[in-house]
Design a binder for this molecule. Structure first.
Ligand code: ZN
Length: 371
């Protein structure tokens, strides 16, 4: 029986333009993504786009429907931007079951969501990179500019980096002086319009000290290396961080603060038994920290704990801080300190060969002497 094909209704320019924008000028067929506005070889401007109908414009066409075909003939929700090959493929009679209405709708939705996400750039200044490089168990750390740029995407890094290299200084006091002088020269005295991204590759005390030296007024986002994927790209999710407080009856001159994130501090190895506060990952371990959001969570919990210790024990208390923490948290431990009000904080560390925790440094000395 001959069918009356009629003429395909013209798709309004406005609808065509919007479809081009939503598709990012690329074929929406899953896995194709071909650019449709320039020749692949010569890069000359061309237009090889086809506008394919999910439900045909005519009821006898591919996936056509008596009611929906006339209704959706020029409706953007029913149109896909494709390359010529995929236009032919989805409309060929053999494939109509494979490329059903729902399959094609899913392809269109996936593609347009991905384009939207990828083009959702915020106008933000390029970030200035800070690197802290210290010896880690006899190894010099390394990172490439590409790894840093990948971690920052969709934001851009500035090409010149601030590299603070303390690999050649075993003495921690010398390393602290170098950190301070570099921070003073490149960061603290900047005009305030710069945004920073920090890649910390050093032992715990030095990461803490870099945060302390930069201070809590300058915004810095830190990054960490993920061993499984060999990159520095933050992920989503990750476990929860909570605090637990000492049940002290009376104020003490000393308290212990244990931070159990990448592991659990063994209480038997502490240098003294003082009232104990702790900040805890729900499942401590090297893979606990997954997202930047967890770092932000830590930042506010840590601040609450420091305030509470000061309220319960007074400003002249000494906090003995034991960290089992990854680099971004180390940085926050130093950065979160309020230099004008916080009590003295002594940082402990344990290298592989030592049995007990030892004082690594005075991370902060109380400024106000009168009480
Ligand atoms: Zn295609």
């Amino acid at each position: 029986m001959p069918t009356k094909r009629g003429t395909r209704p013209a798709i309004p320019r406005k609808v065509q333009s919007l479809l081009w924008l939503k598709a990012g000028g690329r074929c929406e067929f899953r896995g194709c993504n071909k650019i449709l506005y320039e020749d692949q070889v010569t890069q000359d401007p061309i237009n090889e786009s086809n506008i394919a109908h999910i439900i045909s414009w005519t009821e006898n066409g591919p996936r056509g429907d008596k009611v929906l075909s006339p209704k959706l003939a020029t409706d953007i929700s029913n149109l896909m931007l494709t390359c010529p090959e995929h236009n032919t493929l989805i409309d060929s009679g053999d494939n109509l079951e494979k490329y059903s209405v729902s399959v094609l709708q899913e392809m269109k939705r996936e593609h347009e969501e991905a384009i939207r996400k990828l083009t959702d750039l915020k106008t933000e200044l390029p970030k200035r990179i800070i690197e802290l490089r210290g010896m880690i168990h006899g190894q010099r750390p390394a990172i490439t500019f590409k790894e840093e740029a990948d971690a920052l995407f969709p934001f851009f890094p500035k090409s010149e980096r601030i590299v603070i290299d303390v690999c050649d200084y075993e003495d921690i006091e010398t390393a602290k002086m170098i950190i301070d002088s570099q921070v003073k020269r490149h960061i603290i005295n900047s005009d305030g319009s710069e945004l920073y991204a920090a890649f910390i590759m050093a032992l715990i005390p030095l990461g803490c000290y870099l945060g302390y030296s930069i201070g809590n007024k300058i915004p810095v986002q830190t990054f960490q290396h993920f061993h499984d994927t060999e990159d520095w790209i933050w992920r989503d999710g990750g476990g929860l961080i909570t605090a637990s407080y000492a049940n002290s009856i009376k104020p003490s001159d000393n308290v212990n603060l244990l931070i159990n994130i990448s592991g659990v501090i063994d209480r038997k190895l502490l240098s003294a038994d003082y009232p104990e506060y702790s900040i805890n990952a729900d499942v401590p371990g090297f893979s606990f920290l997954q997202s930047w959001q967890q770092v932000l969570d830590f930042r506010s919990i840590y601040r609450n704990v420091l305030d509470r210790i000061r309220q319960e024990h007074g400003e002249s208390v000494t906090i003995h801080l034991y960290p089992a923490t990854p680099n971004p948290i180390n940085f926050e431990i130093g950065k979160g300190i309020m230099k004008n009000i916080d009590p003295t904080i002594i940082l402990y560390d344990k290298t592989k060969n030592e049995t007990n925790y030892k004082e690594a440094m005075h991370l902060h000395d109380r400024i106000r002497g009168n009480n």
